[in-house]
Design a protein around this ligand. Structure first.
Ligand code: HEC
Length: 136
């Protein structure tokens, strides 16, 4: 009886460790993806000052202030839609933001492509959540 309880506790502990290792890995992966796909415009620090930003109008958004701009709330689903292109960044005007949903799916069609595109966008969103600054 006691041994099985102990075993459960040990297993839970191992699962928790594995879970946090996975979360760290996810964040690192998200940061890598961000560097690859987003930093040219939004900057490596996500503040909107990438090498291509100078020449752009409108300027790339400061992505450390996604939540600050929205009263401290980070609307994951909406940001996902902005990234994959289902929701335009602005109601009017030229769309400077690439439609990542198309790019992330690579050569894959249908559901597999959709899942891959979502997975990449989620990794980036999880990373962006870790770099949010508080509202002033
Ligand atoms: C070619 C330049 C460019 C690249 C590359 C780019 N963006 Fe953007 N992004 C912009 C511009 C410009 C805006 C602001 C558009 C506006 O204000 O109308 C923007 C806005 C955004 C917004 C809206 C912010 C808000 O608070 O509403 C999000 C989110 C975003 N980008 C995420 C990303 C992510 C994630 C990537 C990488 C996968 C990325 N962008 C890559 C140019 C770019």
């Amino acid at each position: 009886m006691h041994t099985s309880l102990l075993r459960i506790a040990v297993l839970a502990f191992i699962a928790a460790l594995a879970g946090s290792a996975y979360a760290d890995q996810g964040q690192e992966e998200g940061q890598k993806m961000f560097g690859k796909y987003c930093s040219a415009c939004h900057g490596m620090s996500a503040t909107g000052r990438g090498p291509a930003a100078e020449a752009m109008d409108p300027r790339p958004a400061d992505l450390t202030r996604i939540a600050a701009r929205r009263g401290g709330e980070f609307p994951e689903a909406k940001i996902l839609a902005i990234i994959d292109g289902r929701e335009p960044v602005r109601a009017h005007g030229a769309k400077q933001m690439p439609v990542w949903g198309e790019i992330f799916r690579g050569e894959m069609d249908g559901a597999a492509g959709e899942a891959t595109a979502r997975g990449t966008a989620w990794l980036i969103i999880r990373y962006l959540k870790t770099v949010q600054v508080p509202a002033e």
